[in-house]
Design a protein around this ligand. Structure first.
Ligand SMILES: Cc1ncc(COP(=O)(O)O)c(C=O)c1O
Length: 496
């Protein structure tokens, strides 16, 4: 695949995308001793006058100089331009978001804001009084996210979605412990098509994981959930729509059942494009939820780059939020650190301010109606792409009659005569764009008898044709691809 609209192509026309291949060495191999790209300004007059001992204490002085590459500016520029063309050429061609399972629109104007020296040159140790502007942005972003989710307080500290899940799990543990119920309550229930981090990060936080599998509708049956709930239930961590793109319409009954069993519920809304302005975590009965600002809210997903998993909670969990939180006393903004019940820090400083600023600008530029139109456009675009992709030979979609929200999981079976290049046969050719079949075998320690298999029912899954392969025939390869589309909202952005 790899065709997409380009801004330079005539409206409605499609262009084949061919990723550039540059055989680019790593930057250290390009190093030329003595080459310089930047000549740093000379230090203040006083610094050279200090003795070496005064400048850097002996104990932390380097024995060997750092192994930094030495390159001219042009060499650096060309190196990174070539690399950028290899990563799907996002800036020069297709409009497909590079993050997993997400449709997104990351306006370049927000990039300009984030790169302003007024923000980039802030130092995290600056006195609060000198960073009132960015603290105000964080505070206001917190209020906007409360409105979008129905939660009562947010932390912008977690540096990723997985870290937000870890923070949420640590808070659930602290909440149960404060009531004398941890470690007795040590089980987190999740679903096989929730994001794997929901299970992994909760496990790292000290919980045992119970995994539910989908029923005939593409999501677990309520009875399956009830069967695993009990006095050990600490909570439910769930992605909805799940990674299949299928939305569980009985979610409020799920959260009610978990509450009845004494657990709390955390909503993974890392990809909220299909939900904005339409449904909120609070009304679905959740105690906490998080958004990946680096997916839905304007920061490009850098495949591990600067990010934020903005984590919101209802009032009963607020005391456990990571410290500090941004507060406003009517006159000035503060970083409140005196929080005795806080789980502590999950990341240095207060997260990544550039990501916060982009999210704030994005929400403010769209407004409430704009956010809703993001969701409507995202769902429409996703289902449009689904219809196009499913016509491709070899593509199958599980639960084919179920509507999708903002993503689709396809199975692509490649056989004789099909391209076998790395970009079409491997399960993980592009960081984050595909998932390997190993997801089916996520370990589950305490799966109920009815949930022993992690595969969906065979009736719901495309059947493999069996035939003998001749020795010279290319190997059949099965890969799982997550279909993603870019949400375009013509109303606010002039039909781009
Ligand atoms: C639904 C969902 N939850 C959680 C995550 C984890 O987020 P991150 O990659 O920022 O750790 C992702 C990212 O792929 C996701 O799609």
């Amino acid at each position: 695949m790899g065709a997409g609209h380009t801004s330079s192509a005539a409206p409605g026309s499609m262009r084949r995308f061919h990723a550039a291949r540059w055989d680019e060495p790593v930057i250290f191999e390009l190093s030329v001793p003595g080459a310089r790209g930047v000549l740093p300004p000379r230090p203040d007059r006083e610094v050279p006058e200090l003795t070496p001992d005064e400048r850097v204490p002996e104990a932390i002085r380097r024995r060997i100089p750092p192994a930094l590459p030495e390159l001219s500016q042009q060499a650096v520029l060309r190196h990174y331009l070539r690399l950028s063309q290899e990563t799907l050429g996002a800036d020069v061609n297709i409009d497909v978001g590079q993050g997993t399972c997400t449709m997104k629109y990351s306006p370049k104007v927000n990039e300009q804001l984030a790169r302003s020296p007024r923000l980039a040159e802030l130092h995290p140790l600056q006195d609060e009084r000198t960073v009132q502007g960015i603290l105000e942005v964080m505070y206001r972003l917190d209020l906007l996210l409360r409105e979008i989710s129905g939660m009562d307080a947010f932390t912008l500290q977690p540096g990723s979605g997985s870290q937000a899940i870890f923070a949420a799990a640590a808070m659930l543990r602290a909440w149960h412990a404060s009531r004398g119920e941890f470690p007795a309550r040590d089980e987190i229930v999740t679903t096989i098509f929730s994001h794997p981090s929901d299970a992994a990060a909760a496990h790292v936080a000290g919980f045992r994981i119970v995994t539910l599998r989908p029923g005939p509708n593409g999501y677990p049956e309520l009875e399956e959930l009830r069967a695993v709930l009990g006095p050990r239930t600490a909570g439910l961590f769930i992605t909805n729509p799940e990674d299949t793109g299928i939305f569980n319409p009985r979610i409020a009954e799920f959260t009610a059942a978990v509450h009845e069993a004494g657990g709390l519920c955390v909503y993974d809304q890392a990809n909220a494009n299909g939900l904005l302005g339409i449904t909120r975590a609070r009304e679905a009965g959740f105690d906490a939820c998080f958004f990946n600002l680096h997916k839905t809210f304007s920061t490009p997903h850098g495949s591990g780059g600067p990010a934020c998993g903005a984590l919101g909670v209802r009032a009963h969990l607020a005391p456990f939020l990571p410290s500090p939180v941004v507060t406003f006393d009517g006159t000035a903004y503060h970083l409140e650190r005196d929080r005795p019940d806080s789980i502590g820090k999950v990341r240095t400083w207060y997260g990544v301010p550039e990501v916060h600023l982009r999210a704030y600008a994005w929400i403010m530029s769209l407004g409430a109606a704009g956010l809703r139109s993001v969701a409507e456009s995202a769902v429409l675009a996703n289902n449009y792409l689904l219809e196009r992709v499913r016509r491709i030979r070899g593509v199958a979609v599980p639960w084919p009659d179920r509507r999708r929200l903002e993503q689709v999981r396809y199975s692509l079976e490649l056989g004789n005569g099909w391209p076998t290049s790395a970009s079409t046969t491997g399960p993980a050719t592009t960081p984050g764009s595909c998932r390997s079949p190993s997801r089916w075998s996520r370990p589950s320690r305490t799966r109920p008898a009815s949930s022993t298999s992690t595969r969906p029912p065979s009736s719901a899954w495309p059947r493999r044709r069996t035939r003998t392969r001749s020795a010279c025939e290319p190997r059949r390869t099965r890969a799982w691809y997550t279909g993603t589309t870019t949400a375009r909202w013509t109303t606010r952005h002039g039909g781009r």
